[in-house]
Design a protein around this ligand. Structure first.
Ligand code: GDP
Ligand code: GDP
Length: 460
């Protein structure tokens, strides 16, 4: 088994004495391995972090796997190499260009052609044009033009880069992105207080709701919308009914952000601006609707803005105590949301009453769950499994006979979840296919109610 790493892995293969260890040392930059003129000096299989001009990969040295009298491809080497090849993204097949091809080189080549791994042919010891004849001869192996290098003198490494980049470049870039994210600690993200904003149109009941939650008349409320309040954020502890534990919540009050004495029609327009400011502070946003008015276009405008800002959104229908035709109202709002908000499906929707307290605990439980989904990182293996299945079930189209290649996917960030898909000819990928991927991520990987971003990227 290769060490687990999302970096691409390149294995160095070749008969004894062609310079595999020397190349390994050159790439890893440390003189770790034993180098010896005696073929078959026992060395352990070694892994190293290699880098060529910013292309990072893991390199595996197979030197020392050979048996003493290596007339033919030795069984032990073959076995070990096969094991390593399973996880490899490319093989560097090294030969000695000054010696030219030997029967053993040809045997290894035959065997390599049967493997699935892409092969980069490497003509070593090519310093001072001493390998020209061997290089010419090597074309007959069928692996294309070799990268002509001198591992010992450090020549031709740029040529090697040019050969490797098309094969492992995309995966190396994906690994770079992943390495950045791994530094963020998911648990730390969920340890802080839940930053919750209550947004909505004037008179939806935001202040009443916040007062209800806090259990005291901290904020002024009244039929007259937009009365002055001081605080923007209130830290508060809520007892979670699921386990009786106290949880920290930072409530962000949009109504409190507003200056007093605004005229009502202005307030109406300001509700979007208020929400926008609150969203800056929030992780989860509750859009409060007024059951006596239903879902109006202004509400959809606010909801879309919250999603565009990448926040986790939930909807609470307030004043349920005075709602008429409750179930028809609820279902109607559910349908209108699915229609009006293309980015998400099945947003958490609650019937609440700020006046009586109905539905508020359920709403807060859901808010914590929504934050967890919004902060979630899909394990790389699960993500790749889904990606492979999705491409197989519905392969990308081939405009003008040229197939668009999608190679890797990686989750580039959380909160909101953002994914990067690497491939070629991405400018020809239809929007409908992009939507297919977004929908798949949403439905199959547990991101139904959170805004998901997908970015397409061609390797540099
Ligand atoms: P391995 O058995 O394939 O791992 O080969 P080694 O790395 O141990 O190298 C075998 C011999 O070839 C050593 O004496 C190296 O110094 C020599 N060698 C390796 N690379 C080069 C090169 O680029 N040019 C020359 N002239 N000699 C090399
Ligand atoms: P805001 O502008 O969104 O902050 O709304 P307010 O909290 O000031 O509430 C506007 C009006 O709706 C006030 O008269 C509240 O008493 C009333 N209200 C708020 N919540 C409820 C509720 O759950 N049920 C009923 N029946 N009235 C409510």
């Amino acid at each position: 088994m290769l060490p687990s790493s999302s970096k691409p892995t390149v294995i160095i293969i070749g008969r004894p004495n062609v310079g595999k260890s020397t190349l390994f040392n050159r790439l890893v930059g440390k003189r770790l391995a034993l180098v010896d003129d005696q073929p078959g000096v026992t060395r352990d299989r070694r892994f190293g972090d290699a880098t060529i001009a910013g292309l990072d990969f893991q390199v595996v040295d197979t030197a020392g796997w050979e048996d003493e009298d290596a007339e033919s491809l030795p069984g032990r080497m073959r076995k070990q190499t096969e094991v390593s090849l399973e996880g490899a993204d490319a093989a560097m097949f090294v030969f000695d260009s000054r010696v030219g091809l030997t029967p053993l080189d040809e045997e290894i080549a035959r065997w390599l052609r049967e493997q699935e791994v892409p092969v980069v042919l490497v003509a070593n010891k090519a310093e001072g044009s001493q390998g020209d004849a061997g290089i010419f001869e090597s074309f007959e192996l069928g692996f294309g033009e070799p990268a002509a290098i001198s591992a010992e003198h450090g020549e031709g490494i740029a040529d090697l880069f040019d050969h490797l980049w098309p094969i492992i470049g995309a995966k190396a870039e994906a690994a770079d992105i992943e390495a950045e994210i791994d530094e963020e600690d998911e648990e730390a993200l969920l340890a802080g207080p839940l930053k919750l904003a209550i947004v909505g149109r004037p008179n939806a009941g935001k202040s009443t709701l916040i007062n209800r939650l806090l259990g005291e008349d901290r904020l002024l409320t009244g039929p007259e919308a937009g009365i002055t309040r001081d605080s923007i954020a209130v830290d508060w502890e809520w007892r979670d009914p699921r386990d009786g534990e106290m949880r920290d919540i930072r409530l962000i009050d949009t109504a409190g952000m507003r200056k007093k004495a605004q005229v009502t029609d202005k307030l109406e327009r300001l509700s979007v601006a208020d929400a926008r400011r609150a969203v800056d502070f929030a992780e989860v946003v509750v859009l409060l609707l007024d059951a006596t008015r239903g879902l109006e276009s202004q509400d959809l405008k606010i909801a879309n803005m919250v999603l565009e800002e990448g926040r986790a959104l939930m909807i609470a229908i307030n004043k349920w105590d005075v709602a008429e035709g409750a179930s028809a109202l609820f279902n109607g709002i559910r349908e209108a949301l699915n229609e009006g908000l293309a980015q998400v499906r099945g947003l958490p929707l609650f019937a609440v009453s700020a006046k009586t307290g109905k539905g508020l605990d359920q709403m807060l439980c859901a808010a914590f769950e929504l934050r967890a989904a919004w902060s979630r990182r899909v394990p790389t293996a699960a993500l790749n499994r889904w990606f492979d299945d999705a491409l197989e079930a519905n392969p990308p189209p081939a405009p003008k006979g040229k197939r668009i290649k999608l190679r890797y996917i990686t989750q580039a960030s959380v909160r909101p979840p953002r994914f990067v898909v690497f491939g070629t000819r991405l400018d020809m990928l239809p929007k409908s296919y992009e939507r297919y991927l977004v929908n798949g991520i949403r439905d199959k990987l547990g991101f139904e109610a959170v805004p998901v971003r997908v970015v397409l990227k061609a390797p540099k």
